[in-house]
Every structure is written in C-alpha cells, then in structure tokens.
Ligand binder design. Sequence first.
Ligand code: ADP
Ligand code: MG
Length: 518
Amino acid sequence: MTPNDENQEERNKHNHLSQLASVGQIAAGIAHEVRNPLTAVKGFLQLLQNEDKPEYIEIAQSELDNALTTLNNLLQVSKPDLEDEEEQPIHMAVELESVLNLFQDRLYDVELITDIQDSETVVFGKKNQFKKAFFNLLKNAFESIEGKGKIWVSHFAAEKEVIVSIQDTGVGIPKEKLAILGTPFFTTKHHGTGMGLTQVFTVVYQHGGNISVESKENEGTKFTLTIPKKLMTNPRGVKRLELEFEKDFTMIEFFKRNSKIFEDRLLDQAINVRDKIDEILAIGNIDLINNAQKLVILVIEEREHELITFAKQEGKAWAKYSLTIAFKLEWVQAIRRTLWDFLYNFTVQSDNEHNLEDFFTLEKKINELMDQFLNHFFISYSKFKDEVLLAQRELVENLSVPIIPITPSISILPLIGEMDEYRIKTIEEKVLEEISELHIQTIIMDLSGVGYMELEVMQHLIKIIDGISLMGCKTVLTGIRPEIVKNVVKSGISLEKKATAKGTLQLALRDYLGLKKE
Ligand code: ADP
Ligand code: MG
C-alpha cells in the first residue's frame, strides 16, 4: 500500500506527520552528533588562549567539518518529501554509508557489520528520498534492539538491480503484523509515528523496486530492497515519446526517421519562436526548422568543425537581419531539450540493458557541442554587429561631411542639420584630410542648411577655418542664417578676416567659377 491509495485529506495528514517526525529526528541527531564536535572545538579554543599552537586550529577545524557534514546529512534526510525532486544518478553504496554515519552514538551497544560491494554501481532516481528511506530502516533496526545487539548492512549489484539489506537482532515482528507493514500510522512504539516504513515502501515502489521482509519474534528482522538499475523513470523530466524504432538503428537513423515528431516537439517547446518562424524566413531567408535539423545532425555525428562554421554563419545572418537574440536562445534550448528526449527514447529502445553510462556520456557530448554552437554563434553575432555599427557610423560621418569637388581646385561642403561638438570634430578631421589629399585651394562651406549653432561650435568652426588657411586654402562661407550672424556679432568674433562671406551658394559659384549672371 502506498499513500497514493489514500484520499487527499489523509495524505495531507501524512505529510504533516512525517515532517513532525523529521523535526524530532533532527533534534535527536543534532544533540549527539553536533554537540560532541562543538564541545571539542570549544575546548581547543580555550587551549589556544593559553598556548599558541597551530595544530589546535587544525583539530578544531576538522571537528567543525565533522559537525557540518553531520548537519548536512541530517538536513538531507529530513527534507520534506519533494515530489518533484530531480532524478539523478545515485551511488547507493555511498549514500547508505553517509546515512550510517548518523548512528554513531548507538555503536557502543550495537555492533554494526557492513558488507558493501559494487559501490561504483549507479541507480537512477531521487537521491534524498533514498537517503531518507535508509535512515528510516536503520532507525527502526536500532530501535528494535534493547541493550546489546547486531546490525548487518549489505549492498551489492546484481545484473539488473542493486540489492540493499538491513538486518537486526531486535525484537522482531509478529507474523500477523508483517502484512500490514508500510501502512501509514501503524506503529507499536510509544512515540512512534508509523510513517517511516510508509516512506520506505513508497520510494522503493516509485522506483520500480521491491521490498521483502523476513522476521522472527525475539530473533530479529531483515529488510531486503531490490532496486532496478535501468531507467525506470525519466532523467531530468525527459519525455517518453511514441517513436519509430528498428533494431540496429543508429541514433542518426532514428532521428531522421522521426524528424516530423522532432519538428512538432520543437515547436511545442519554443512558444515565442513558433509565431515568428514565417517572419524570420521572410526577413532573413532563415529557415529555422531546416537549420535545427542540420544542427542536430552535426551534433549527433559530432562534426565539430562544420558545427562551428555553421554557428558562425548563423550568428552573422542573425546579426545582419537584426533578429532578436532571445529568440535564438529559446530556439536552441528547445532543440537541446528535444534532443535529450530523443536521446533518452533512443537509449531506452535500443539497449535492452538501458545502459545509463551510455546515456550520460552521450548527453554530456551533446551538451558540450550545443554549448560550442552557442558560443560561436554569439561571438560571430557580436563581431558582425560591431562591424555593422562601425560601418554605419563611418557611412553617417562621411555623409555628414560631403566634400564635393567642382573643379580640380575648388570644392563645396554643404552642411545640413544640427551642428554639435561631435559633428564639428568630424568635419575638422575630414576637411583637413581632404584638403591635403585633393589639393583643394578654395573650399566653399554652405551653411544655408544649418539653422543654429552654439557659440562653442561656432568657435570651433573658426578654428577649422584657421587650420584651412594654414594649409594654404581659402574658405568661402555662404548662406549664413541671420540668427547665426547675430550670434557672431554678439560674440565679437570677426569672421571677415578669416573667410570670405557670400550671401548664397549661387553667388559664390558665379564668382569662383566665372559663371555668368543670368
Ligand atoms: P515507527 O518507527 O514510527 O513506529 P515505522 O513505519 O518506521 O514507524 O514502523 C512501523 C512499525 O513496524 C514499528 O512500530 C514496528 O512495530 C515495526 N517495525 C519496523 N521495523 C522494524 C524492525 N526492524 N524490527 C522490529 N519491528 C519493526
Ligand atoms: Mg520508524
């Protein structure tokens, strides 16, 4: 029986009680396991006051470490049941031993005999749930022993499962009670909650395992847990899909055969991108679906070199059409998740033993390659964006200083729009450069497109004119607006000495090109 058989109201009650039990367990554990090292630390600190011995610090530190480890183990065991705890690879042997450490204080009268084999074996599941189960079983075993006794703990791996057993020389369980073990609230103890075994049965069943109990009154009890190694549940919430599979399929064949389903799942996941697919195709001629398929193939076949080239191309295209980077991220993450689902299904369907190691190695490789893709994508994206920005700026700057040669020695510079410090600086550089390059002898600056100029900008312009004349070139100013003239007069700058002023560009052209008056 599991809590799943119960109605909701009762289930809530269980959770509540099991949390209460955990608090009690923590308190008891802390009292023993953390107080001792802390007392030791206190002692060494006192010693340090009198004697300056570095080794005291070391001892104190390692005692503190012990206390912290114990606290961590206690906390993990007593965490409330998280239904959504992530599944992960578990070294059962390691977890079992870490839980055993919590019972140090009982080892004066109980002899603990451990037989841990195949400790490198991995099981897939909810780690904290298993730790808690081991804790509950061991706690019962210790509690069953009055006075002196023995507890045997063993772990070993069979072909398809891990077998953990916990045996005690305790009071035993009456035959008629064996059948109701695991029933919530069944307890024979004064302060028992009857929740411990419920948790144990639940977690083992949830992972597709089995529990057997052998017990004899006044002799002892043996619990044996059989936990399958294979992928019973989903790693990281990957999804079991209905996919076509044939014996001896390679991953790539598997993917190609099911590419339509891949596409559908991808679109399911990338909610924001989904609506933009057509738009992106229209704007940049980027076929997201096709590209996703291509990416997956490159990843599966580990064609790293082509993957990088592809990432660079994509980054550039994305930058070129100013597509939002957030879409790309969502898209690539959706591809990654869908690929996991596929990989998981492939591993489950292709390998009778559901080889976990294979799954994790492949998953790791896929992750690395996807990361590489993203890295190169971003580098190329920002590089191209920078280039575009730079080019645009140069273009704008050039446009803002259009020097038009009208004869080999005369050029016109029509200035239009707002003049600010930044722009006047650009003009300065550009004009001086062009004068020396084109051997301009007369430059006609037409200001009829400039409505207003700050005094500082005006002063800067005068400096430019000074520079121009130092280069042996003459400046003709045309089309100065009355507002600007007023400003010039007010400021006392004398323009006339530095440049020739003409009312309009036409007038200047007529004079300098010898054009006839119409
Ligand atoms: P609790 O320990 O709070 O009583 P459990 O669910 O852990 O709740 O255990 C339920 C009952 O099963 C215990 O009260 C005890 O009667 C019996 N039991 C469990 N494990 C053992 C054991 N190793 N030896 C003897 N009795 C046990
Ligand atoms: Mg118990």
